[in-house]
Design a protein around this ligand. Structure first.
Ligand code: 5GP
Length: 168
């Protein structure tokens, strides 16, 4: 186990409070990247005080592999009009940063008022140091992880904690 359930609960509340104060007076639009971010975004939106909306994007993922293909393709677009909105892009884990970088550019082209980024997990030492992520839950060593929404071949998403995946 790398991150316990209690640690996730505490950090999610801290990030929720931070977003609440950073976007005081606005209605944040959280945009989750399917499917890994669903558990986190559900808890995060409940840690935000006041009105908040959610939407989802789906991108091509690692498929059955546990290493990056380097390809990002939008499989499902957002449903909301995001021009003029205060958007928070919510990722489960940032590894190379390729997905986040691509999606930032994609969303910025739709002319939101602001775009902030939030990642539950950030993998260290993956050339993503230049990425300026506004809200990071936890930094992790280079291990493939599962749980709290993250899968290995669609399994383990329902674990309430984050664990290293070492094989079935
Ligand atoms: P990046 O584009 O930053 O290299 O990869 C980000 C995406 O890769 C994440 O949204 C996630 O879907 C997937 N990913 C990267 N590392 C892991 C991992 O350790 N476990 C799981 N389950 N997915 C990962």
């Amino acid at each position: 186990m790398l991150v316990t359930e209690a640690e996730i609960v505490e950090r999610t509340h801290q990030i929720g409070s931070q977003i609440t104060s950073d976007l005081a007076g606005e209605v944040p639009l959280l945009i989750g990247v399917l499917k890994g971010s669903v558990i986190f975004i559900a808890d995060l939106m409940r840690a935000i005080g006041g009105p908040v909306e959610i939407d989802f994007l789906a991108v091509s993922s690692y498929g059955k592999e546990t290493t990056s293909t380097g390809v990002v393709k939008i499989l499902k677009d957002v449903d909301n009009e995001i021009a003029g909105r205060h958007v928070v892009l919510v990722e489960d884990i940032v590894d190379s940063g390729l997905t986040l970088r691509y999606l930032m550019g994609y969303l910025e082209a739709k002319q939101p008022a602001t775009v902030r980024t939030c990642a539950l997990l950030l993998r260290q030492g993956q050339h993503n140091d230049d990425l300026d992520i506004d809200y990071v839950g936890f930094s992790l060593p280079p291990a493939f992880v599962v749980g709290y929404g993250l899968d290995a071949r669609q399994k383990y998403r329902n674990l309430p904690y984050i664990a290293e995946y070492t094989g079935d």
